[in-house]
Write a protein that binds this ligand. Structure first.
Ligand code: AMP
Ligand code: MG
Length: 733
């Protein structure tokens, strides 16, 4: 178990760390806010700062963004909503409006305060508001997300403050946690981190002539199809990006730090821009769990609760701000917003007309800077006189490939997203926006994890098809560009490319674009998904060679047995790691092994033991023969059984973030944050190391011989109470 001090020491000394205010910013060419088009109301960080001293409501009032714009500058401001502004009874309309603006000005982070002294200091300045001093409690910091994405960030004594990970701290008894004898510098770095990541303090730079050096937080608008229906502009109503920073060892990768739940943005519609503790804990844990399973995902950094800020959902809950990290949070819906489906009637937030030049700008940005597509010569590159090379088709195919890989990972690991609306499908093929997701308990290919998805649109079985459906929306949006590129003989479209085009011409391009790419896109997605599914399934089965009938003879029948006999999905895979071909040649051993598999049924009283024995013995004999058939691939001297077990265990988690585990952790943190955060830390640690033999796996049956912590680990690895199996989340978020 990594103690809090080792977490810091491991990298301390090796790497220069800086407080959050001094994180290096990307060069202008790689900076989203300098490359894409801002809200014309607040065209630059400097102009936006002036707005905030006078008419801050502009950044909180629900509105459609101008068609050519991609994002709006907006400051974090986690306060209760609806806002309660008091003004005198006899104030006239103008005075009322002024009172609202003044109320908001007082809550804007406008007063400059010193930044934590770091090595050298950065360009950003730090601001706080006069009126807000919300209580903010760090309850989680993801060591893995931090180490992988922002290892140059000084988190000070934050890990010491969280206390050692433990499942067995009784509530109210948390001796030792929170104590820290850290240096002044470390304390300052931690405080600044919490202030900035809770939305209390804001970092920006809007001084001086050179606007290319200006920086401020921003929110990206997007639209999308929800449950198959066009919904217009709907996001991002509660995510605010603070900055992006190049990875110190891989300068081509820039990580964006984004707050979820730090208050309203211009895209919040009628909602509060806030998030509650329960949904934030769910996203915080699962992002890192998915990464540990090798599934592409956005990452977590920090979780800060605001225990005095009530949030009205089905019941009153309390606010929490999650910091998540990804190279980009752009979604399919970001493209759809710039070229919405024509003449769609819908109820909802609203819709701008399409803006095909904004679409080009976003597309070029994504193709070049986010996906970094190879073998494309870009307009303006040295030596290239005219337009650059076409990129539209390549962009769509790359997004298809990435999302197909991602969904294959979901299927193999029994992950269900729950809300695969086009605005929740990342352009990078990252799992994004964790809501009512779930991992499969008892295998049921029809399982629906989202309580609100009555028709099962996003059921486990349909996930790959739904991803392809979302990709079609991306293609529909980009089709006019692809068609136009075709008419230019493979050259890119230029700025202002569609200005003089008639509607008929644009329709013709769109039609052509779809004709050119649709079939290939679907084929690429299906094939990539099938290949990745096969590759990962082989890892789970501990096989090295890929035979073409493995899917029909081994993988599918295995899932059928699980489904027929109501067996736990992850438990069964983990148990199979311990299988050896020799077991199949002894009737007694085989029966004993099958009996151990059958303990994984959720309905022992309804189990047809005879049929289950027959099904399993047939399958296990085939599996044994299949393992034997590749013995020569393991090397002459290898202890194949042991090696295979070791390898298979590295693909089959012992610990899974099950619904019941999440429910329990959430309840514990809600009840007592002090002990809760140590449990949270331990669960995160288990989720990040899911293949370890937690809870003395395979050792004694007699639990009284285990210490309390080990016993708890064992319980956290179990299927849990029956009533929570297949639990559907209707998460208020
Ligand atoms: P989801 O279906 O959870 O992906 O949400 C779709 C969009 O609704 C998000 O991108 C947000 O912009 C918006 N949204 C959800 N909850 C809130 C909230 N509490 N406040 C403001 N916007 C929200
Ligand atoms: Mg979403």
């Amino acid at each position: 178990m990594a103690s809090s001090s080792t977490a810091n020491d491991q990298t301390n000394g090796k790497r220069a760390r800086v407080p959050i205010s001094a994180l290096p910013l990307p060069p202008t060419s790689h900076s989203l806010i300098h490359a894409l088009t801002p809200d014309p109301y607040t065209p630059s960080p400097a102009a936006w700062r002036d707005t905030r001293t006078d008419r801050p409501s502009l950044q909180r009032r629900a509105r459609l963004l101008a068609p050519e714009a991609h994002f709006s500058y907006v400051a974090p401001c986690p306060v209760a909503f609806p806002y309660r502004v008091e003004y005198s009874e006899d104030a006239d309309g103008e005075a009322q409006v002024r009172a609202v603006e003044d109320w908001m000005v007082a809550r804007e982070a406008l007063r400059e305060v010193p930044v934590a002294a770091g090595q050298g200091g950065g360009r950003l300045r730090k601001y706080v508001s006069e009126k807000r001093d919300e209580e903010r409690v760090l309850i989680g910091l993801a060591e893995t997300g931090w180490r992988d994405c922002v290892p140059h960030l000084d988190v000070g004594d934050a890990f010491e403050l969280l206390g050692n990970p433990s499942l067995s701290v009784p509530a109210g008894q948390d001796a030792g946690a929170g104590a820290s004898d850290a240096s002044e510098e470390a304390v300052a770095a931690r405080k600044e981190l919490i202030d900035v990541l809770s939305g209390h303090a804001m970092l920006m730079h809007g001084e001086g002539e050179d606007v290319q050096t200006h920086w401020a937080p921003w929110s990206l608008r997007y639209s999308g199809h929800q449950f198959g229906t066009w919904a217009g502009q709907l996001g991002d109503g509660r995510a605010i990006s603070l900055l992006s920073t190049p990875h110190p060892d891989q300068p081509d990768i820039h990580y964006e730090l984004q707050l979820k739940g730090a208050g309203r943005t211009p895209f919040s519609r009628m909602a509060d821009g806030l998030a509650v503790l329960r949904s934030s804990i769910r996203e915080f844990l699962c992002s890192e769990a998915m990464h540990a399973l090798g599934i592409p995902t956005t990452r977590s950094l920090a979780l800060i609760s605001l225990p005095k800020l009530p949030v009205e959902r089905e019941r009153v809950e309390y606010a929490c701000v999650l910091t998540r990290i990804a190279p980009s949070f752009i979604r399919i819906g970001s493209f759809e917003g710039l070229n919405p489906p024509a003449q769609m009637f819908f109820l909802g937030g609203g819709q701008q007309p399409s803006n095909l030049d904004a679409l080009r700008v976003l597309g070029e940005w994504v193709a070049r800077r986010v996906l970094q597509l190879p073998d494309i010569r870009w307009r303006g590159e040295p030596g290239l006189g005219g337009p650059g090379d076409a990129w539209g088709t390549k962009l769509v195919l790359e997004v298809a490939r990435r999302n197909a890989k991602m969904v294959a990972g979901w299927q193999v690991y029994g992950f269900m997203h729950g809300v695969i609306n086009t605005d929740n499908v990342s352009i990078m093929g990252l799992t994004i926006d964790y809501g009512p997701y779930a991992f499969m308990d008892v295998f049921d290919s029809w399982h629906i994890c989202n309580h609100s998805d009555a028709e099962g649109r996003y059921a486990y079985k349909y996930q790959p098809a739904v991803i392809i459906h979302a990709l079609r929306s991306l293609l529909n949006s980009l089709a006019p560009i692809i068609g136009a590129e075709d008419s230019l003989g493979g050259k890119a479209v230029s700025p202002g490319w569609a200005e003089d085009a008639s509607e008929d011409k644009i329709k013709e391009w769109s039609k052509r674009g779809i004709e050119l790419v649709k079939e290939e896109m679907e084929r690429v997605a299906e094939e990539t998904c099938a290949v990745e599914y096969g590759r990962l399934m082989h890892k789970r089965l501990g096989l090295r060679r890929i035979d073409k009938d493995d899917e029909s003879k081994l993988a599918r029948p295995l899932l059928t047995i699980m489904e027929d006999h109501k067996l736990d999905f992850h438990g069964t895979f983990r148990r199979l790691c311990f299988f050896r071909p020799s077991i199949a040649s002894s009737e007694d051993d085989l029966k004993a092994f099958i009996d151990s598999l059958l303990t994984l049924t959720s309905e022992p009283e309804r189990l047809d033991r005879i049929r289950a024995q027959t099904d399993w013995s047939g399958w296990l004999r085939r599996y044994a023969a299949r393992i034997e058939s590749e013995r020569d691939l393991w090397g002459a001297d290898a202890d194949v059984d042991a090696e295979r077990e070791r390898e298979a265990k590295l693909a089959n988690p012992r610990f899974v973030l099950r619904q019941w585990v999440l429910e329990e952790v959430i309840k514990k943190v809600e009840t007592d944050a002090e002990s809760g955060k140590r449990i949270l830390r331990k669960v995160l640690h288990m989720a990040c190391n899911p293949y370890e033999a937690w809870g003395a796996e395979g050792q004694t049956q007699d639990e009284s011989q285990l210490d309390t912590e080990t016993r708890e680990e064992r319980r956290y690895c179990s299927m849990g109470e029956r009533k929570l199996l297949g639990f559907q989340c209707s998460c208020s978020s």
